[in-house]
Unconditional design. Structure first.
Length: 199
């Protein structure tokens, strides 16, 4: 069965994505010039075919479906650099799923609770979720991470990445007024104090 233009474009992008995964797994920093040029030429040909299949109507405005298909072809043409960046730069993922996954818990919290009770609470929530998300990207599970944290053996990103500022300074403990009790004293002995600063 012959594929439509949208499906062909999707297959082309998926093949590019598979090639980038294979290159990363093989320890390569980029696709070969021949392979990349072939993918981009195929992409351009499919976009040109999509545009030619959606000519401007002569006696009426585009209807809903015509607008959608034409706008998609135009977007793939105008945003070619962005749409194919993942194939040119292997450090860029094909989708933004990872970013959306990192924001998911904040969206769930808002859906369940409606809001945060204080700015301090929101800051602490963001700091904890950011810490867990960063560790997960380094293959450190949340349970192991929090266990180490409570044992006083806090995990820190590898020294090849820029260490954050002291989180005890960035996110000071909430005031006793906001908690209704004495704040915990976490600044002394904070493990981030020994983190290597960015060069």
């Amino acid at each position: 069965m012959e594929l439509g233009l949208g499906e062909q474009d999707g297959h082309a992008l998926c093949e590019m994505n598979d090639a980038t995964h294979a290159a990363r797994d093989a320890g390569k920093k980029r696709l070969s010039k021949t392979k990349l040029d072939g993918f981009l030429a195929r992409y351009d040909a499919l976009v040109a075919e999509g545009l030619s299949a959606n000519p401007a109507p002569e006696h009426h405005k585009r209807n809903y479906l015509e607008r959608d298909s034409y706008n998609l072809a135009c977007a793939l043409r105008d945003l070619r650099t962005e749409a194919t960046r993942f194939a040119v730069d292997l450090s860029v993922p094909m989708t933004n799923n990872e970013a959306e996954r990192s924001l998911r818990m904040a969206k769930i919290h808002r859906k369940v609770s409606g809001c945060f009770q204080s700015k301090d609470g929101a800051r602490h929530f963001a700091a904890i979720r950011s810490y867990i998300a960063t560790a997960r990207k380094h293959d450190v599970g949340a349970l192991e991470l929090l266990g180490r944290l409570f044992r006083g053996d806090a995990w820190m990103p590898p020294s090849t990445t820029c260490a954050p500022r002291n989180p005890c300074e960035v996110n000071p403990p909430p005031s006793s007024k906001s908690l209704g009790r004495s704040p915990p004293t976490i600044q002394a002995g904070c493990p981030a104090l020994s983190a290597r600063p960015c060069p």
